[in-house]
Design a protein around this ligand. Structure first.
Ligand SMILES: C[S@@+](CC[C@H](N)C(=O)[O-])C[C@H]1O[C@@H](n2cnc3c(N)ncnc32)[C@H](O)[C@@H]1O
Length: 446
């Protein structure tokens, strides 16, 4: 039962016309930017899978949306996307440029946003990008499934670009190989046991072991559960059922867990947040520790703490860590993880960090703060730090972000109120997609 922010539904557009134009840049989502003059007005269109210098014919399907119909030439930067489903599947959107170009584009996006939204005029102190595997890196994914009834074919895969349509995917080039290995058998068992019409989606997780969590919309018969148990034992993966109220395992005494850089267990439940790229995550945690430079006597604040990915490594190195997370089930899990690792210096709390409650917490005074918000960012937190009396402000802040626009917006509060950026780097967490993960270290200027 993962919790997601759902934007209000957009009004359906009535526009639907065809244009041709040449892209002169890439936007923050990796789409080609085409500027045209229409009825005397200058208009900008964002066309997917088009690179600067390429001329494309595209259909305008909404205020922000276009659909590529044809490309007339190919940029030198273009490569053949390795995935055969790339044109249709909405999972990846940058496979048509190589990884070096992807990283260069992402760094440029962050630089531009810091100039525009945080007022940064000087060159940013960029460090090397944290990189691991370019393919088969994804250890967690949600596959959509649809089968109207048992007589009809079943579709199992990712949603198409800007659409609810499910693109059937037998194998995925960015998915962990252990997850790819179970896909064929999973598809067969769901079809043969006639389970497809009873499912909404399936969460695939590769932690130490493989876990599959089936979101069921109708109860399964005992015969169907028996088939799933047999599949689980044959393919050596753990199956979980999520009925929308609770998540239960089909086997007894199983746990999903990851390990911290110190070897402590981070137990979690399907639906809990975990970083999708395990190798890059380990590098990211190490870099956060380096940049934050925690001292043995420090009292640290870890905000948006999840199940304790940063909390436990920090707690091993300092006097105490106050960890705040908005989803109470995850705070409970974090506290249990800290207790199992014998870390009695972790204080876990649940509250909404987008409220004024955060100011009260900040006033207690912490030497160092780690922030790792969701896409909405951490504006209240940065605003709260900016408004603290100088001697109560943390000396060091590390901000880990999956959304460069909210990162740049929030950074302005810190840069205008006594902080400077000492390090910044990209974290190549979501290779082949436009999503950008960034880490920034802020130091209090004395
Ligand atoms: C990007 S995840 C990071 C989790 C953790 N630091 C990690 O590395 O695994 C962001 C976390 O912030 C939590 N969160 C999102 N919005 C929040 C809010 N307004 N208040 C408190 N927590 C929030 C989410 O539940 C999620 O666990």
């Amino acid at each position: 039962m993962a919790q997601f922010f759902k934007p209000k539904g957009r009004k359906k557009s009535t526009s639907n016309y065809v244009l041709t134009g040449t892209a002169d840049a890439l936007d923050h989502q990796g789409r080609g930017v085409v500027r045209l003059s229409k009825q005397g007005k200058n208009r900008v269109y964002f066309v997917p899978q088009v690179l600067p210098g390429e001329t494309a014919q595209f259909k305008v399907t909404g205020q922000q949306n276009t659909e590529l119909l044809a490309r007339q030439n190919a940029s030198e930067e273009r490569r053949q996307a390795p995935c055969p489903y790339y044109e249709d599947c909405g999972g990846c959107d940058l496979q048509h440029i190589n990884e070096t170009h992807q990283r260069r584009h992402k760094q440029q996006v962050v630089t531009e946003l810091f100039a525009k939204m945080a007022g940064v005029r000087d060159e940013l102190p960029w460090h090397e990008t944290l990189i691991a595997d370019d393919w088969q890196y994804r250890r967690k994914a949600r596959l959509a499934i649809y089968q109207r009834n048992t007589a009809e074919p079943m579709r199992l895969g990712f949603r198409a670009h800007s659409s609810k349509h499910i693109v059937d995917i037998p194998q995925c080039v960015v998915l962990d190989s252990a997850l790819n290995r179970v896909l064929d058998d999973l598809r067969s068992i769901l079809y043969e046991a006639q389970i497809g019409p009873k499912l909404g989606h399936i969460e695939l997780i590769k932690a130490r072991d493989v876990h599959l969590c089936l979101r069921i919309t109708q109860s399964l018969s005992s015969e169907q559960e028996k088939c799933l148990r047999a599949f689980s034992s044959d393919s050596q993966c753990t199956l979980w059922l999520d009925d929308g109220q609770q998540i239960t395992s089909l086997a007894e005494d199983v746990v999903c867990f990851d390990e911290t850089i110190d070897g402590d267990r981070l137990v979690f439940m399907p639906g809990n947040f975990i970083q999708v790229n395990a190798k890059v995550n380990q590098q990211m945690v190490k870099q956060a520790l380096n940049w934050l430079a925690p001292q043995a006597e420090d009292e640290i604040l870890d905000l948006f703490a999840g199940i304790g990915n940063f909390t436990l490594p920090l707690a091993r190195r300092v006097k105490s860590v106050t960890a705040v997370e908005g989803v109470s089930a995850m705070t409970t899990q974090l506290a249990a993880n800290a207790a199992a690792a014998d870390l009695s210096n972790v204080h876990a709390q649940t509250f909404d960090l987008s409220t004024d409650q955060v100011s009260r917490l900040l006033k207690k005074g912490f030497q160092r703060v780690l922030l790792d918000p969701a896409r909405a960012g951490a504006e209240k937190v940065c605003q709260g730090i900016a408004q603290l009396e100088a001697d109560k402000q943390p000396v060091q802040i590390v901000y880990v972000s999956c959304s460069p626009d909210t990162l740049a917006r929030d950074s302005r509060w810190l840069l205008d109120n006594g902080y400077e950026i000492t390090h910044i780097s990209l974290v190549d967490m979501f290779v082949q997609t436009h999503h950008i993960e960034t880490m920034v270290s802020f130091k209090k200027v004395v």
